[in-house]
Design a protein. Structure first.
Length: 520
């Protein structure tokens, strides 16, 4: 075949409809891990928990980009191949479809009786009159008509193929819009505790994923703050603890000089500001603490976000880092129970996700937190145990709101002062969102048209038979299931012939019968 021959063969294979269908199937299968496994662009905190729960499996999954499926190189390869395959399928079909629409209808087959739809009748009218009548009738029904050699050929239904092509073109536009959004847009995640705010700057994001062509100038200068978060749950019955509604009361400003406006942020009801959409993803608890160091000074005071260990009861864990404590830095690992009760073994568990009886248990460590080294650390993990941090007090009684844990050897004390709630937000700016929406709507209209409209062809032949009568043959071909349109056309032709006979004082000849020779 040679080098060029192999290139032509490879191009034909890539641009075949079979290959396009296989790639569509592959991209659907490739998207499954993105729905099953947590994704860094949506739930980075869940990814961190997955690494803690699956210490052997998670690194292997991460090597294959299973936590960043839609940004993985192999997903991009399938995506690009699908785009090229569809382009190679659709663009040549546009020219062929245009030529077919401009071409004359095909000539009548030699034997119309062999077609799936056929009818024959006799009439006294001349063949030319029959063909003129058929031509007018078919044109009135919006057929493209051509005549010659004693027959009339008519065709319509090109709108079905047009809809098919529009569907595929819209699919190409959809793929292009998704790629444009991935290149020029960005995705970020933010965790907000009640009473705190956020400004749309790069340094304010907990996780930020820009597109390959992203520019920081695309960041809209909006800001927002969380005033209150309310969660309601089913209190009784078999679905006790099931979430009913999440509501985040926020205030935002589109620009620094814009007036501040309130907004009720709910699941699937994002806030649209500055071209970006802000989605409410999850929520949890931020217990509040006051930590005094060994000198009696307040070294830390505020809320600390805890991540849920169990979504059903929102049992959460987190760490408190106190780098300003003296004489040694302090760190705490805590477990928070929103509604603490004792199980059968007397251990504390949470019986309900709502905060009906909040309690927290803390393990204290003293030493060097390692924050001065400049090495980045996770805010949800206490590093340096047991090398730099030594345990001070471990097995302790859970604290209720207002209770204090005093550390031994005058190391300090920590007071559990209450709790706040936090929400996690996904902020997306996708410039291809509206083009993708428009392309999807057009694709639906196109595919619906291709299903509803079918190509139809009708041929009418008239010839003079023995005895001077005219034999009319009508044949029809419908791509797909036959329709009743053919029977309507035949019936109309017969009705018009009967009306012509009555107006001329004659009598219509019944279909399929010869005239009486005595009367003749």
């Amino acid at each position: 075949m040679g080098f060029l021959g192999w290139l032509r063969w490879g191009w034909r294979q890539l641009t075949s409809m079979r290959t396009a269908l296989i790639l569509l199937f592959l991209i659907a299968v490739a998207a499954v891990p993105g729905s099953v496994l947590p994704q860094r662009g949506v739930h980075p905190e869940n990814v961190a928990l997955y690494f803690q729960d699956h210490k052997t499996l998670a690194p292997w999954l991460d090597r294959f980009s299973m936590f960043d499926v839609f940004a993985a190189p192999w997903f991009a390869a399938i995506y690009i191949l699908l785009f090229v395959s569809l382009s190679g399928c659709v663009i040549p079909r546009l020219w062929r479809h245009y030529r077919a629409m401009r071409a004359r209808p095909p000539k009548a087959p030699r034997n119309l009786a062999r077609l799936p739809q056929s009818a024959t009748y006799e009439t006294d009218a001349a063949p030319a009159e029959v063909l003129d009548q058929a031509r007018e009738l078919l044109r009135a029904r919006r057929f493209r008509v051509d005549s010659g050699d004693g027959s009339v050929a008519a065709e319509k239904g090109f709108l079905g193929e047009t809809g098919n092509l529009i569907f595929h073109l819209a699919l190409l536009v959809l793929l292009f819009a998704i790629g444009m959004g991935s290149a020029f847009g960005y995705r970020g995640n933010v965790l907000l505790t009640e009473g705190t705010g956020f400004s749309n700057t790069l340094t304010s994001y907990d996780a930020f994923k820009p597109g390959s062509r992203f520019s920081p100038s695309r960041l809209a200068p909006f800001s927002m703050s969380l005033d209150d978060f309310q969660a309601s749950y089913v209190a009784q019955g078999s679905q006790r603890g099931q979430a009913v509604e999440f509501l985040g009361k926020v205030r935002y400003k589109a620009t620094p000089s814009s007036p501040e406006r309130p907004y009720d942020l709910r699941v699937n009801h994002p806030l649209d500001v500055g071209g970006a959409k802000i989605y409410l993803l999850g929520h949890g608890y931020s217990p509040t603490f006051t930590v005094r160091d060994g000198k009696g000074q307040i070294a830390f005071e505020g809320a600390v976000p805890f991540l849920a260990m169990e979504q059903r009861t929102l049992t959460s864990e987190g760490v408190i880092k106190v780098p300003d404590a003296r004489p040694a830095q302090l760190g705490f690992i805590g477990v928070f129970w929103p509604t603490a009760v004792a199980d059968a073994q007397g251990k504390a568990v949470s019986a309900f996700p709502g905060a009906a009886n909040p309690m927290v248990a803390l393990q204290a460590f003293a030493g060097d937190l390692g924050l001065d080294s400049g090495t980045p650390q996770s805010v949800y993990k206490l590093e340096g145990i047991p090398d730099r941090l030594k345990p001070v007090k471990t097995a302790v009684k859970p604290l209720r709101v207002g209770e204090t844990l005093t550390l031994p050897d005058g190391a300090g004390a920590v007071t559990f002062t209450g709790y706040k709630e936090w929400i996690s937000l996904a902020i997306n700016d996708d410039p291809g969102r509206l083009p993708a929406l428009g392309a999807a709507a057009i694709a639906i209209l196109g595919i619906a048209t291709s299903f509803l409209v079918r190509r139809r062809r009708v041929w009418v032949r008239a010839r003079t038979a023995d005895g001077g009568h005219t034999v009319v043959e009508v044949g029809g071909l419908t791509l797909g299931n036959p329709t009743a349109e053919f029977e309507e056309i035949v019936e109309r032709l017969r009705e018009d012939e009967a009306a012509r006979s009555r107006s001329s004082g004659g009598e219509a000849v019944p279909a399929g019968t010869a005239p009486d020779k005595t009367e003749e």
